[in-house]
Write a protein that binds this ligand. Sequence first.
Ligand SMILES: Nc1ncnc2c1ncn2[C@@H]1O[C@H](COP(=O)(O)OP(=O)(O)O)[C@@H](O)[C@H]1O
Ligand SMILES: [Mg+2]
Length: 142
Amino acid sequence: MDYPFEKKIIREEETKTLAEYFAEETKSGQIIVINGELGAGKTFFVKCAVSVWGIVNASSPSFAIVNIYYGERKIYHFDFYRLKNKEELFDIGFNDYINDPDAITFIEWGNLIPDVLPKSRIEINIEMPEDSVRNFRFNKYE
Ligand SMILES: Nc1ncnc2c1ncn2[C@@H]1O[C@H](COP(=O)(O)OP(=O)(O)O)[C@@H](O)[C@H]1O
Ligand SMILES: [Mg+2]
């Protein structure tokens, strides 16, 4: 994938193909932030991506804040939606998670607490200009 990358998507199946393609080139240690309104498909994207590594039990971590999955890769799956402040994140050891070189970290709603995000990250923004259209934009920050 050449960054920035943008793709307009209509069907769920296209999101799945894109997520799988993205996962194939993702390496341990990377942080992926996914922003977009409720129902945009952030969790769906993560589910499809981690399926590439044999993980079938991915689900929305909004209540737990973080889910951990083990497959061919170790995955930390965060959702910032229910967080009240960044102290809550530091209490659960956020820095240890994102500094684990052996894991890939996905963060839904990362834009809600931007100052805890590492500089080096991939950011995916999902916009829905119409009900049936999703615009996926990928950016990479070093
Ligand atoms: N092209 C698409 N990409 C992603 N999800 C889609 C698409 N079309 C329909 N959906 C549906 O939209 C919903 C997105 O929900 P979810 O991934 O939980 O959103 P979010 O985590 O952004 O709140 C899912 O039920 C999914 O099946
Ligand atoms: Mg979600």
